[in-house]
Design a protein around this ligand. Structure first.
Ligand SMILES: Cc1cc2nc3c(=O)[nH]c(=O)nc-3n(C[C@H](O)[C@H](O)[C@H](O)COP(=O)(O)OP(=O)(O)OC[C@H]3O[C@@H](n4cnc5c(N)ncnc54)[C@H](O)[C@@H]3O)c2cc1C
Length: 460
């Protein structure tokens, strides 16, 4: 009897835990479901993330056809679709890689239940993170809520394994030989799923992901020196490939561990932050809906629609914030330094609830990932488990001068300011830039308002 491998956020045939397990057991078919629950919640039917997934599936189908196989594609509710397909194919077991998001956990538990009711086995595996929740624990067996000791333990475990990163090689010769009539090379799935092809700024597919990984390998040793400057090509831009599992987290850890430079170590640190946030979401699923520090749920942010709209549209009158938001709106990308700056600015200067910003990022980011996005917002708003202290408020002018010293990034995204230089670019006067909005709020005044708001909360 054969096995079915259900792929979701692991769109590759290489170094794939569930696929290597199914194939080692014998003949395997593969399926991908355009999950109607997820897709129906996406408001923009021109969402480039859907095209990124689509492109990745096209490439995967080409690879499968080289092996005489094909990917089943379905659109609908996985709780029903998976058991139905498993029954039709008469498989003994269905396997997949774990997803730690609350919706996915609930869905997968239901799929398991429905399969069991039909007498079909199921099994899931760790694949999308390096270490899972139960692997990196405090000495007393508890969950870490602070990053640095978590990281130290993570590294301790990694060293204890002699830094040997597992690689799961699927036995592709065991792929079931068949042709799927509605395969993605011959069938246009866009109308069926209700989306339009919209090319993302980074193309999907493993070839593009591997190319980027190789390119970054040439510059990783400088990562610690270049990573904070948005106008430099200093970061890997791999987050979207990792998000959809076009490349594996183990391939990234292998690269990070390939050299002992401070650039490599700093990059590994970022991958550990990702594991940390996935672990937090898995252990405390309530963070999807509320602040980790529950007292922060009482905050009533005074900032309103006017401030939020200006922030979303890149019209706040603070150049570094506006440039970053305009880049996000145009490309779905934003540099990590700027994510921190705009997030801090929204909740601590515009005094708008961070959850609104989190939801806006979720709508726009090409690399949107619930765990990392939620973790980033909870950190920036000081409401998270290991967050920035409430009194640390990024000064957008200082950040701008420090990390975009020559104003290259600002000039790229704000044409109204291109004629300015030096301090005028970072802090433009309305006289010099009449077509650019004046600051929507007074920075110093609102900074003080934020501190009063947070201090009141501390005392309550
Ligand atoms: C408010 C806010 C929201 C964020 N939302 C997301 C999101 O939705 N999806 C997402 O992948 N990242 C998110 N991040 C983290 C980070 O900004 C991005 O991972 C990074 O900018 C991606 O670019 P890169 O691939 O060039 O990263 P690199 O600098 O090359 O880092 C390598 C990898 O490490 C991981 N990583 C890096 N920084 C972080 C971090 N701070 N937290 C968790 N993982 C990290 C990513 O997977 C990244 O691809 C957010 C950060 C903040 C402050």
């Amino acid at each position: 009897m054969s096995t079915l491998c259900w792929i979701r956020r692991d769109l590759r045939l290489h170094d794939h835990k569930a696929l290597s397990m199914t194939l080692s057991g014998g003949e395997t078919s593969m399926v991908f479901i355009f999950d109607s629950h997820i897709l129906d919640n996406l408001k923009d039917k021109n969402d480039p993330r859907v095209t990124f997934i689509y492109q990745s599936l096209v490439e995967l189908e080409k690879e499968l056809q080289k092996h005489g196989s094909s990917l089943f594609i379905l659109y609908g509710n996985p709780e029903e679709e998976i058991p139905e397909l498993a029954k039709k194919l008469k498989v003994k077991t269905v396997m997949w890689n774990r997803d730690y998001e609350p919706y996915a956990k609930k869905r997968d538990a239901q799929v398991m239940k429905n399969l069991k009711a039909q007498g079909i086995e199921s099994q899931d595996f760790k694949d999308s993170v390096y270490f899972e929740k139960h692997e990196v624990l405090k000495n007393d067996g508890g969950i870490y809520k602070v990053f640095t000791p978590y990281k130290n333990k993570w590294l301790e475990l990694f060293e204890a394994s002699d830094r040997s990163v597992p690689e799961y090689k699927p036995l592709l010769k065991n792929l079931k030989q068949h042709t799927f009539k509605k395969n993605i090379l011959e069938h246009n799935w866009y109308p069926e799923i209700g989306f339009q092809e919209t090319l993302p700024v980074l193309s999907g597919g493993r070839k593009a992901g591997v190319k980027r990984l190789k390119k970054f390998a040439e510059q990783i040793t400088d990562y610690d020196k270049t990573r904070d400057f948005p106008s430099l090509d200093g970061t890997s831009l791999l987050s979207v490939y990792l998000r959809h599992g076009v490349i594996s987290v183990r391939e990234m850890v292998t690269l990070a561990a390939s050299h002992s430079s401070s650039g490599n170590r700093t990059w590994l640190n970022e991958i550990i932050w990702r594991d940390f946030y996935h672990m937090i979401l898995d252990a405390f699923p309530r963070v999807e809906k509320e602040a980790f520090k529950t007292e922060y749920n009482q905050l009533s942010y005074p900032g309103g629609t006017r401030e939020f709209k200006a922030w979303c549209e890149g019209q706040t009158g603070y150049p570094i914030v506006d440039a970053a938001m305009r880049q996000l709106n145009a490309t779905g990308m934003m540099h990590n330094r700027l994510r921190m700056v705009v997030a801090s600015f929204l909740c601590k200067i515009l005094l708008v609830d961070w959850k609104k910003g989190e939801a806006y990022f979720a709508q726009k980011l090409l690399d949107y990932d619930l765990a990392s996005n939620n973790g980033g917002w909870q950190w920036s708003s000081s409401s998270g488990c290991d967050a920035q202290p409430y009194f640390r408020i990024f000064n957008p002018y200082t950040q701008s001068k420090k990390f975009d010293h020559e104003g290259k990034f600002i000039s790229e995204w704000i044409p109204e300011l291109r004629h300015l230089k030096g301090n005028d670019l970072h802090h433009p006067s309305p006289l010099l830039a009449p077509s650019y909005p004046p600051p929507i709020v007074d920075y110093e005044l609102n900074r003080k308002r934020a501190l009063i708001m947070f201090e009141k909360l501390k005392k309550s």
